[in-house]
Design a protein around this ligand. Structure first.
Ligand SMILES: CC1=C(/C=C/C(C)=C/C=C/C(C)=C/C=O)C(C)(C)CCC1
Ligand SMILES: [Fe+2]
Length: 297
């Protein structure tokens, strides 16, 4: 139904190795008493989730062009819709940051839920998807509240973090049960890596846990599929897409933010999450549409 096992493709295997190595290193650093919650490590994790995570959405437009027969007009139309959505999100953050944050979290739960391809029930998948935000909200309520507060310019973010904190125990119990189901259905590697991602989100500071999940587990699933579908494109072209489109998105974002009165927060990590939210909306629509357009799944 959704993306195939990322371990089937080379990039997925390498990402999984990076995932376990990073967890071992973070545990060692923690054991040595280093504070992972400092400004520098948060900034490093922000750069990692942006530059390591955004490229997975960069292939959306190429993939759409592929399934729509490579028609240029259509491609231009799709690109225009993407840009329009990003611009709308810039305004949404400015006008109703609280509602935008809630909308983003629900959209993210749906989108991350698509990774749970061995769980048939749609509601269970959404709950599993919500665990990515719920786990840090439960284990690090103050930090998540501070980031949400920055993202909303102090307008409602803390309440959203409290809401997430309250539903987190239910979300995590359901996710743990789903890990067991995935294990029983034969995807042991998938079950263990999802469980480890949850543990990392509980144990490490929120931005670090998120970067680990996003870059090493979520993105490779999309990338493996994109690489297969776009295998005939040269690796140079694919690498250029992965770099150029996120950079273009960031530039459009920064320009649109400036033109509409400046960012509602000076915090770089909060701004990075706002940009991620802006790109998540078209990405979510495109990836679930592509899932349905894929024959044989
Ligand atoms: C904002 C924020 C969080 C949630 C991030 C989410 C939910 C990101 C979703 C990204 C998506 C859906 C990308 C698509 O590929 C955390 C981790 C609780 C940490 C505190 C700040
Ligand atoms: Fe994604």
């Amino acid at each position: 139904m959704t993306h195939s096992d990322p371990s089937a493709a080379g990039s997925g295997g390498a990402a999984l190795a990076a995932f376990w190595t990073a967890i071992a290193m973070l545990l060692a650093v923690r054991f040595l008493g280093v504070d992972l919650g400092g400004q520098l490590s948060t900034l490093a994790a922000t750069a990692i989730f942006l530059f390591g995570g955004l490229p997975h959405g960069a292939y959306d437009i190429s993939l759409l062009a592929r399934v729509s027969g490579g028609n240029r007009k259509r491609l231009a139309g799709i690109t225009a819709i993407y840009i329009a959505i990003v611009l709308t999100m810039v305004l949404a953050w400015r006008l109703r940051p609280d509602a935008t944050l809630v909308f983003f979290l629900i959209a993210a739960a749906y989108h991350f839920g698509e990774d749970w391809d061995r769980i048939e029930d749609a509601l269970l998948r959404v709950i599993c998807g919500a665990s990515v935000a719920a786990a840090p909200a439960l284990a690090h309520p103050d930090q998540v509240s501070a980031i949400f507060s920055d993202m909303t310019g102090g307008r409602g973010g803390a309440d959203v973090a409290t809401g997430l904190f309250l539903i987190a125990p239910m979300v995590l119990v359901v996710t743990a049960v789903c890990c067991l189901i995935v294990w029983q259905r034969g995807d042991r590697r998938g079950a263990i890596s999802m469980a480890a991602a949850m543990a990392a989100l509980l144990l490490f500071p929120p931005v670090i846990g998120f970067a680990l999940f996003f870059v090493c587990l979520h993105s490779p699933r999309h990338l493996a599929h994109a690489q297969l579908t776009l295998a005939d494109l040269s690796w140079r072209w694919r690498a250029a897409t992965a770099i150029a489109l996120p950079v273009a998105a960031a530039v459009i974002w920064i320009m649109a933010t400036r033109m509409t009165g400046g960012a509602i927060t000076p915090d770089v990590t909060a701004q990075a999450f706002q940009l991620l939210a802006a790109l998540t909306i078209p990405h979510l629509v495109v990836s679930s549409w592509l899932e349905r357009a894929r024959p044989g799944d």
